[in-house]
Design a protein around this ligand. Structure first.
Ligand SMILES: [Zn+2]
Length: 432
């Protein structure tokens, strides 16, 4: 099933023509209604008339998270505030929150995109979906909620909190789908196991996002819970969840490019990068009214594939995320992403996907300790077995990361569980 075939299966030429028209209109809009963009364009000597085709996008200035913070909270609005019907905000680890404002039409477009993606994951009006993202300023809860209702699913606004109650209701309501972070789904899986509920639940699909996860983890979740797990991607600055998601073929995440135009650029030079090569993902909101953004730098690292997909959609696909430029750790001069650790651990098969990286600096030398949960049996077995496994994991991580790694095995459930985004890294070097 495809929700909006006329858009999701559009030919490349038609799509590019439409994108060009929408871009020209949007640039004209921000030039006249957002002082920030007018000034930036004037600095570059560009006028709205210079933008007529989608290829002209490379002439336009970039927007960063700092620009959003500098214009906190409503400085980038392109409409009078009376037309704003919703505000979301993401908590920053530093400084002020990033605030995003939506008009009624923005909410409709956002819901439509989420609906397209739920259909892409195989959902329809007969499904019962539990939305277990946080409801509130974070876009996850309400974003999925509106999309699911728009599709016609029976939508259960669980939010996060009592996981046992969630599993009980999953059973009682006959929930067939759940939307949450992948790390929370792992925890839900543990609780299902504890309650011996796997045979009694009807769950068939999980839509997971808001944090990077590996393909191996996705497959492990599918196997453990006997479901199909899909990746959904978004960021509040663009709309929230709904920017992209993967179809049943799992060959990358289809981007809703009629509304959110993707580019991949070099994070260093900001020059465009060829299809298939990894770079920073940049979005332009082609139709957004409330707070349109031009060439917003997401800091997420991925590549793009514009070849047709087996599902019939022509929407381009971005690959699973390699991480974020700001998630990247530099340890002894080597670039390290938490996703590399996760992939290496999961490939071994003997450990659970719960891990914590602790980076420190001892005598001016960076150190990396990785705490890994292993199955109970290793602790009841001989000490020697635990030692052997520790050595084995160290070797695997060392070869994956190319740096020395101290491994500490910990008992099941000893690392903290998160209902939102999981904490995978503690960088003590920054705390000093
Ligand atoms: Zn597809």
């Amino acid at each position: 099933m495809i929700w909006n075939e006329s858009r999701e299966c559009m030919s490349r030429d038609e799509m590019m023509t439409m994108q060009g028209k929408r871009l020209a209109k949007q640039v004209n809009n921000v030039y006249h209604n957002v002082e920030f963009y007018r000034k930036k364009m004037q600095q570059l000597g560009i006028e709205p008339g210079d933008i007529t085709r989608i290829e002209d996008i490379s002439k336009l200035p970039y927007t960063t998270k700092d620009d959003l913070r500098d214009n906190y909270p409503f400085g980038l609005l392109a409409v009078p505030q009376s037309q704003i019907v919703r505000v979301h905000a993401s908590s920053g680890t530093t400084g002020k929150a990033t605030v995003v404002s939506y008009t009624r039409k923005d909410i409709e477009v956002w819901s439509e995109c989420v609906t397209r993606e739920l259909v892409m994951c195989g959902l329809g009006i007969d499904d019962v979906i539990q939305v277990a993202y946080g409801y509130g300023l974070f876009t996850g809860g309400l974003g999925l909620h509106y999309g699911a209702e728009n599709l016609g699913c029976t939508t259960v606004p669980m939010s996060t909190g009592n996981t046992k109650r969630l599993v009980t209701m999953m059973e009682d309501f006959g929930a067939t789908a759940i939307a949450c972070t992948p790390s929370y789904l792992l925890h839900i899986g543990e609780v299902i196991e504890e309650m011996n509920a796997l045979d009694r639940i009807k769950l068939k699909v999980a839509i997971c996002g808001a944090e990077p996860w590996t393909e191996t983890m996705r497959l492990q979740i599918e196997e453990k819970l006997h479901i199909h797990a899909h990746d959904i991607y978004g960021l509040s600055e663009i709309c929230g969840p709904g920017v992209a998601a993967d179809c049943i073929y799992h060959k990358g995440l289809h981007v809703q490019e009629d509304h959110y135009y993707p580019e991949i650029v070099s994070p260093d030079t900001l020059n465009p990068i060829a299809d298939g090569e990894v770079g920073e993902l940049v979005f332009t909101t082609l139709t957004k009214e409330g707070m349109p953004l031009i060439r917003y730098r997401t800091k997420d690292l991925t590549s793009i594939d514009r070849t047709p997909c087996e599902c019939g959609r022509t929407l381009p696909r971005i690959s699973r995320f390699k991480g974020r430029t700001d998630d990247m750790l530099i340890i002894r001069g080597v670039n390290v992403f938490p996703s590399q650790v996760e992939a290496a651990l999961l490939e071994m098969g003997e450990v659970t996907p719960h891990y914590l990286m602790i980076v420190d600096r001892v005598n001016n030398l960076d150190t990396l300790e990785v705490q890994v949960e292993v199955e109970e049996r290793f602790f009841s077995d001989e000490v020697k077995e635990l030692e052997n496994l520790t050595k084995k994991i160290s070797a695997v991580l060392q070869s994956a990361l190319q740096i020395a790694v101290k491994v500490k095995l910990v008992e099941p459930r000893s690392l903290e569980r998160s209902m939102g985004k999981a904490v995978r890294v503690i960088d003590k070097r920054k705390l000093v």
